[in-house]
Design a protein around this ligand. Structure first.
Ligand code: HSE
Length: 298
């Protein structure tokens, strides 16, 4: 879940749901192979798939010619704004690193996973791959040099994500953003990011709520999402602390202090899409603290 409202390209957190599974195996062949068992459309060419782009950047660093076979059971739809390409890139380098005897820590894997993000969106941002690898809330304080900071958050924080049945490529939703920001907006955004991070660390739900405002990306991107303002209003009226675009959209997320509020907010958000004749999927998830994990090593 990238951006978290005001933290465009610098703040993200990991989700338990929907969650992807990747079977990563060492291969004796001379090219990587990709098998798609997801029922979702994925590029099978290892030169184009973000997962193998990310693995190759890791192998280059190691000077290794090892190849891998990756079988995808993806549940995060590409173009959903829930970090589908990030989950593939991060999961692939995590699995390959594990099979190579873990020469890298999860933190050291972030730049390799960013190469996958770059291939997918034209920009090597880390606000989705870093939380996917490390779990919890992550702040990218700086890209040059890369400085990634894990932020503690309240235990009782639930996320409702509603994915409407439309697809938006991150590349496209980045292209429409303005490349300059007024001083007034920069001040507002900085205040909200600082407030949100402080609210998370001090477990101050009121401050989290007061700070979840994005004056840079949301006003531009929300036009790409049908019913956006109504969905946001419905989430806030259901008691959510805040609501904004999930990553680059079209999914919309809300944060709530209790699970029952998150469920209520999710239903209220889904209902707006239903009334508008747009199908949607809802995921309710606590913030994932662990990040990637090995499900079985057989
Ligand atoms: N921070 C990124 C964006 C996340 O909003 O474009 C999507 O990958």
């Amino acid at each position: 879940m990238a951006n978290v409202g005001p933290g465009f390209d610098i703040l993200g957190f990991a989700l338990n749901q929907p969650g992807d599974e990747i079977l990563v195996e060492k291969s004796g062949e001379n090219v990587h192979s990709i098998i798609n068992q997801s029922g979702l459309s994925l590029p099978l060419d290892p030169v184009k798939n973000v997962s193998t782009v990310a693995i190759d950047s890791m192998l280059n660093q190691l000077g290794s010619t090892q190849k891998f076979r990756l079988t995808f059971l993806k549940k995060i739809a590409p173009g959903s704004g829930i970090g589908s390409s990030a989950a593939s890139s991060a999961g692939a380098v995590y699995g390959a690193n594990h099979l190579l005897g873990s020469p890298f820590t999860n933190r050291e894997l972030v730049p390799f996973a960013m190469k996958g993000e770059e291939a997918a969106s034209g920009s090597a941002h880390a606000d989705n791959v870093a939380p996917a690898l490390l779990g919890g809330f992550v702040l990218v304080r700086s890209y040059d040099p890369l400085d990634i900071i894990s932020i503690p958050g309240p235990d009782q924080l639930y996320c409702s994500v509603v994915h409407p049945d439309i697809s938006i490529a991150t590349k496209d939703s980045r292209k429409i953003l303005k490349t300059t920001v007024s001083l007034e907006k920069a001040i507002t955004q900085c205040g909200n990011v600082a407030g949100l991070v402080t609210g998370l660390i001090t477990r101050d739900y009121r401050l989290i709520s007061d700070s979840m405002h994005d004056v840079i990306a949301e006003p531009v991107r929300s036009f790409l999402i049908p019913e956006y303002e109504k969905v946001k209003k419905a989430a806030l009226e259901a008691g959510a602390l805040g609501c904004s675009i999930s990553g680059s959209g079209p999914s919309i997320f809300a944060l709530s202090e209790h699970e029952d509020i998150a469920v209520r907010a999710g239903k209220a958000m889904e209902n707006i899409f239903t009334v508008a004749g747009i199908g949607s999927n809802v995921f309710i998830s606590q913030v994932n603290k662990q990040g990637m994990n090995v499900m079985t090593s057989e």
